[in-house]
Design a protein around this ligand. Structure first.
Ligand code: FCB
Length: 468
């Protein structure tokens, strides 16, 4: 049994667009997601985020739930377009007031605020210059980050500049499945580069107004070969470059990995020098105080021919045989989680790691007793906490874990069907019901994470009858 360090940041996560609603309140500007959700067929079920969890209004209720569960941290994001309604120019005071109230209320409850700046809701006005494809997005982001830090920097000790640069690049600009719905390979690699450049520039700008620790959150997916063939091993390594190293290396190891740069140059038909300019890699690297890791699953990879729809010589094939899966079919692989934490620590030593997202889709809803008995989420949680305990034992400098998500919410292009919450939300009424998994999590937190290595709760937790 491993005890987590005393100051470990146990918490839960949300993002503004997925929970807030009130899209026109208090001077908020339009974001790229309003435009995207209006596209016919873009969102499963045709929903939008105009109400979502109504957290812009019900935020105190959300914080009450965090307090009741004994959470030590809350990861949430500022809506970029509440702070900078037109993308540039003067910040909107009312938007900042809202987040200041949340931060102050969290502090009063002894819950550490972990603030994300860009959780995908870029102001629509910035599309005039191509969104993240335009290099001027970097300056716009710096203005926003500086405004946020000037207002909140004395009270926020943990900042996340960018959430999941790869997903922004891939779903937003390569496959067009997320806002702004662009499908352009070269545009995608350009956008991803600007997201990283904006991280570096924002960190530099924020240092003047905060002593807080600043990092970015990457979604990392261990890539494993489907067979023991050399070709599949190469596919897995290539995929690792595409998904993981393309972002890890410039942030933490001084520059883009050359193997993946060659893949990108071949796939996009030319050198990337006009995109990744002299000095850019120096402006991205060496600035992060910690790394956020969002972990959901792994990728099982096989070699494949490059084609019109497949720019790189690999494909995801998935596991065969009996594998634990979420209700969405996602493979559940806690051992891969532990190994990933060990690997990141080994390859990028010295940087504190925070698990900024981890969670699963389970569709459980209230039963006859009014409760949500999501036993599979509890099991998932215990297994991933056990994986972190093993990583800590092996010396990984892990500082926190914010489960995705506090609430069932607007899951982007998938709409409201997938439920990731520790707390059930009735989207017709806004009512919140704390699920069994949240009580289980509360018990783990209260016990400082003391559980058996195989994920069963130990006697310390069992004695906490209050959560029964
Ligand atoms: C991550 C996102 C988060 C949520 C989870 C399920 O990619 O950061 O907003 O959608 O996945």
């Amino acid at each position: 049994m491993t005890a987590f360090p005393p100051g470990f940041l146990w918490g839960a996560a949300t993002s503004a667009y997925q929970v807030e609603g009130s899209l026109d309140a208090d001077g908020r500007g339009r974001s790229i997601w309003e435009t995207f959700t209006e596209r016919p067929g873009a969102i499963e079920g045709g929903g939008d985020a105009s109400i979502a969890c109504d957290s812009y209004v019900r935020w105190r209720e959300d914080l009450d739930i965090l307090s009741d569960l004994g959470m030590r941290a809350y990861r949430f994001s500022l809506a970029w377009s509440r702070v900078m309604p037109d993308g540039r120019g003067r910040p909107n005071r009312a938007g900042l007031d809202h987040y200041e109230r949340i931060v102050d209320e969290l502090r009063a409850r002894d819950i550490e605020p972990i603030v994300t700046l860009n959780h995908w809701d870029m102001p629509e006005a910035l599309m005039a210059d191509g969104g993240w494809m335009g290099r001027s997005s970097v300056d716009a982001f710096v203005d926003y980050a500086a405004a946020a830090s000037e207002r909140l920097g004395d009270r926020v000790d943990w900042w996340i500049t960018q959430n999941e640069p790869w997903i922004i690049q891939l779903l937003g600009y390569q496959l067009g499945l997320h806002a702004p719905g662009v499908r352009d390979l070269r545009g995608a690699v350009t956008a991803g580069h600007h997201v990283l450049l904006a991280h570096g520039a924002a960190v530099d700008a924020m240092r003047a107004s905060t002593k807080g620790r600043i990092g970015a959150a990457l979604n990392l997916l261990p890539c494993v070969p489907a067979t023991d063939s050399a070709a599949d091993a190469a596919a897995a390594w290539g995929s690792d470059g595409y998904v993981n190293r393309w972002f890890l290396d410039p942030l933490l190891a001084g520059g883009y990995p050359s193997d993946m740069r060659e893949h990108w140059e071949r796939a996009t038909g030319g050198p990337l020098d006009d995109i990744i300019r002299d000095g850019d890699e120096t402006a991205i690297g060496g600035r992060s105080d910690f790394l956020g890791i969002n972990f959901y699953t792994h990728r099982v990879m096989a070699a494949a021919e490059v084609s019109e729809d497949r720019p790189f010589p690999w494909q995801v094939v998935g596991s065969t045989g009996e594998v634990d899966r979420t209700d969405e079919g996602t493979e559940i692989v806690p051992d891969a989680f532990r190994d990933l934490l060990l690997r990141v620590h080994h390859d990028y030593p010295g940087i504190p790691l925070m698990v900024t997202e981890n969670g699963a889709i389970y569709g459980d809803s209230p039963t006859h007793d009014g409760a949500v008995h999501d036993v599979r989420r509890s099991r998932y949680l215990r297994a991933h906490v056990a994986a972190m305990a093993e990583a800590l034992d092996a010396g990984v400098p892990l500082v926190g874990y914010t489960h995705w998500s506090l609430l069932d919410n607007f899951e982007w292009a998938l709409g409201y069907r997938p439920r990731f919450g520790l707390v059930y939300v009735d989207f017709r009424t806004g009512e919140r019901i704390v699920k069994d998994s949240a009580r289980e999590y509360a018990a783990i937190v209260a016990a400082g994470g003391l559980i058996d290595a195989d994920g069963r709760r130990g006697p310390v937790v069992d004695s906490l009858g209050a959560f029964g």
